[in-house]
Design a protein around this ligand. Structure first.
Ligand code: SF4
Length: 137
């Protein structure tokens, strides 16, 4: 069986909203590959391990510093809010289908302005649009 993808808590919603924007070409290419797996025919069965450190999306990020980040305080705050909203803890493993179900249940449309406060991608509205689409499905 393949190793699970590793996500820090706020990356569940980032993966839902991803539309090809990122911090560098290698970051974007890597994230596009992970997201393509999640959105593929058997994507809902993809296992995702929750981590409190740099994860499968952070790996090629130019902001990563070892297992941490140049914006560590801001990222920790994002992770804390998202972990609380979705009931996530490091060490848990869930499928992408289960993660989407938690998002539907616990993250109503319009919540990202609070949940994702400080994120540079918030203003594009892509993540809110994906969240609304998930609730319509
Ligand atoms: S606004 Fe930022 S933190 Fe929130 S889901 Fe989008 S990319 Fe992730």
């Amino acid at each position: 069986m393949n190793q699970p993808v590793r996500f820090r808590p706020h990356h569940f919603l980032c993966a839902l909203g991803f539309q090809g924007k990122g911090y560098s070409d290698s970051f974007t290419q890597n994230m596009a590959g992970v997201v393509a797996q999640l959105r593929g025919p058997a994507g809902g069965d993809t296992r995702i391990a929750v981590t409190g450190q740099a994860d499968s999306l952070c790996a090629p990020c130019p902001h990563r510093r070892g297992q941490s980040c140049v914006k560590a305080a801001q990222i920790a705050a994002l992770d804390e809010r998202h972990a609380q909203a979705l009931g996530l803890e490091p060490g848990q493993c869930l499928t992408w289908a289960e993660a989407q179900s938690r998002i539907r249940k616990h993250v109503p449309p319009g919540s990202l302005s609070d949940l994702c406060a400080g994120c540079q991608w918030l203003e594009f509205g892509l993540c809110e649009a994906a969240l609304s689409a998930l609730h319509r499905d």
